[in-house]
Write a protein that binds this ligand. Sequence first.
Ligand code: ADE
Ligand code: ZN
Length: 338
Amino acid sequence: MDIEKFIRKIPKAELHLHIEGSFQPELMFEIAQRNRINIKYKSVEELRKAYQFNCLQDFLDIYYTGAGVLQTEQDFYDLTMAYFCECEKENILFAEIMFDPQTHTKRGIAFATVIQGIQQAREDSKEKLGIDSLLIMSYLRHLSEADAFETLEQSLPYKHLIHSVGLDSSEKGNPPSKFRRVFEASAKEGYKVVAHAGEEGDASYVWEAINELEIARIDHGNNSLKDEKLIAEIIKRDLALTVCPLSNLELQVVKDLTSHPIRTMLQKGLKATVNSDDPAYFGGYLTENFLQIQKALELTKDEIVTLVKNGFQYSFAEDTLKRAYLEKVDDFVENFTE
Ligand code: ADE
Ligand code: ZN
């Protein structure tokens, strides 16, 4: 059984991808040049060398700096289209894309510029590549509740383009409860809600995210495993975890991939999915995440199929689309030959 070929070819969904985290150095330099912005690194190679992180904050500092060269609708279009082109190569049929408006509005870029660029790429990728997607607008948790409310307000003219809201950035010291009211208001506006929780923060962050924000899915959630009651609660509520193996490795959430908890999650009955988080920074897109975690843990073909199917099953795709995707996966598995 050629498991590598199997992983490369199987139809996949991605549920946890920050579009700003898909910004490859080559494109960053190109956009910086056309916007006449100076990057403090002299070359793509020098920039890549700086991608050594001891923790989430190390990464976020460089990630926000990189996103700082994005200025025009075309920039956001190019960034998003580059990700969709990668999806096509990797047989990713459905992608839920997070974007951080505050990273840009804080620099004086209009909300409209950001969303219109991303939206045009979504439409083109649907038409030209057949890839479906939806958008998750993430609030930056190191900023204030008032800031998040302002962002919610700015999003309202584009509500028809945004499916969900999320919560990302520096987790420790910025618990979900800080955003309880803005999540409540977001849900009232019709947004579904998700949040990063239990990536660096302890299990209490996950408890708060499910009880106070009433999230529909947990981004990361690794530290849930330290609390048996929490595991039972997550299973009872049927909440999936969007797990990001290479991100966990690069941000030192796990010390190596052989000690990654994704198999344990499945064995305990948690609905884990595989995702890339910030592929330009963590050494690989979705397929690479699958390949490396399979190798490290010697995941079986059946475990890979479970992870892939969880991705579609726990996506926010409409039911008919979801069923069609799951059938495609079944067909693929049945007919796969080496
Ligand atoms: N923003 C982009 N990637 C993130 C991550 N892994 N955790 C929190 N915020 C992020
Ligand atoms: Zn993330």
